[in-house]
Ligand binder design. Structure first.
Ligand code: PLP
Length: 420
């Protein structure tokens, strides 16, 4: 199946006289015929459903769909994008380990890596996404357990150079973990370019209607966990009757370990209702992504031609620094644009407050156009130096183009610019 079809049909195929839509299985738990039966599921937890903190049929349908879209061997949904990133890192690292990440990442992830994980003994070495291969190589230490980056970074809108980073990851025998939220599998399939694990905030384009907060982790099944750096995958797990994940689950070792160890212990699984809503969004994902790209290109061109604008970043714009990487790895540059307004923070605020159709939100990737001033919202916890490293100028506005009529979106911008 192609993506348009997978979005609609993957993950749930009703049999004779079964519901056409994925049923919402609103149940915390599942019943068993006998004590022996329930005992056997504790011996082999992938055998049957036990409790909706580990797995739930509605959520599993969505997991199947997303795994199929990304081309992975398995996926696990989480209660937020943050939980997906956290669980992924903790599935690979323990206190004393480190990670390497590009500095052009979502502010919440930056804070998780730079501040919170550090308190638990996991260090992060940040590298610029444009760093040379030698610089990235030098950042990888003996205790490094993964390299992290975003396909299209939020809000810097840099495009990740998969070949460069994946060569370094392969050389050191560590997985490449990609946050593919902005691109979605419709515009980029990171596993085709050497990524090993993909995470998403499904709260963004996958949902698309701003109705649920969620995340997902997808396992490519391609990484060799037996290279000596990941004993938790090859040695017995005492908390699960001495299971050795690679020996028992082969290519799905990563995603099954994430579910059996970390979802069991941390409990960040989404509700069936959230999964149902996410599935509705996913059904039109491929269709929507096409229109987001189309609308955003027109808005980016409008900003580029406007005398109110100092500079525009949109990787789908010819002449943008990341245009060549967009051409190489992406089918489109998605729907988010950032631009620096002339007159800095003061005019940024005037412009935002003057918009009538677009709303001010701490959100992107909705069907409705929305705007945000990162320096005073998502990134306000960063120091000036960290803001610069993350590519955030005080006059920077993040403009998430929706699916309204393009003429209405541009007229709204025009009327707000005219008041400045
Ligand atoms: N990754 C990216 C690229 C994001 O934009 C976000 C949220 O904005 C996250 C991760 C975190 O996701 P969530 O808000 O669902 O926890």
């Amino acid at each position: 199946m192609r993506d348009l079809t997978k979005c609609i049909h993957s993950g749930y195929v009703p049999k004779n006289s079964e519901p056409k839509n994925v049923p919402i299985v609103q149940s915390t738990t599942y019943v068993f015929d006998s004590t022996t039966e329930v005992g056997s599921v504790f011996d082999e937890p992938t055998k049957a459903l036990i409790y909706s903190r580990f797995a739930n049929p509605t959520v599993m349908a969505v997991e199947g769909k997303i795994a199929d879209l990304e081309g992975g061997v398995g996926a696990m949904c989480t209660s937020s994008g943050q939980a997906a990133t956290l669980i992924t890192v903790l599935n690979l690292c323990k206190a004393g380990d480190s990670i390497v990440s590009t500095s052009q990442i979502y502010g919440g992830t930056f804070n998780l890596f730079a501040v919170t994980l550090k308190k638990y003994g996991i260090d992060c070495i940040f590298v610029d996404c444009d760093a040379s291969e030698d610089e990235i190589d030098a950042a990888v230490k003996e205790n490094t357990r993964l390299i992290f980056g975003e396909t299209i970074a939020n809000p810097a809108l840099t495009v990740f150079d998969f070949d460069k980073f994946s060569r370094v990851a392969k050389k050191h025998g560590i997985p490449l973990v990609i946050d593919n939220t902005f691109a979605t599998p419709v515009l980029c399939k990171p596993f085709e370019y050497g990524a090993d694990i993909v995470v998403h905030s499904t709260s963004k384009y996958m949902d698309g209607h701003a109705v649920q907060v969620g995340g997902v982790i997808v396992d490519s099944g391609n990484f060799d966990w037996t290279n000596g750096k990941f004993p938790d995958f090859t040695e017995p797990d005492e908390s699960y009757h001495g299971i050795r994940y690679v020996e028992r689950y082969g290519k799905a070792a990563f995603i099954i370990k994430a579910r059996m160890q970390l979802m069991r212990d941390f409990g960040a699984y989404p509700s069936a209702n959230s999964a149902f809503l996410l599935n509705l969004g996913l059904e039109t994902l491929a269709l929507r992504m096409e229109r987001y790209c189309e609308n955003a290109k027109k808005v980016a061109e409008y900003f580029a031609a406007s005398d109110k604008v100092e500079r525009v970043s949109y990787p789908g714009l010819e002449g943008d620094r990341y245009y060549p990487l967009t051409q190489k790895y992406l089918k489109g540059a998605s729907g988010v644009i950032s631009f620096v307004i002339k007159g800095g923070k003061e005019n940024a605020i005037k412009f935002m407050d003057g918009l009538k159709l677009a709303s001010i939100e701490v959100h992107v990737a909705d069907i409705r156009t929305c705007v945000l001033h990162p320096a005073s919202a998502t990134h306000r916890q960063l120091t000036d130096e960290q803001l610069v490293a993350a590519g955030i100028n005080p006059g920077l506005i993040r403009f998430s183009v929706g699916l309204e009529d393009i003429d209405d979106i541009i007229e709204d911008i025009e009327q707000s610019f005219s008041r400045i």
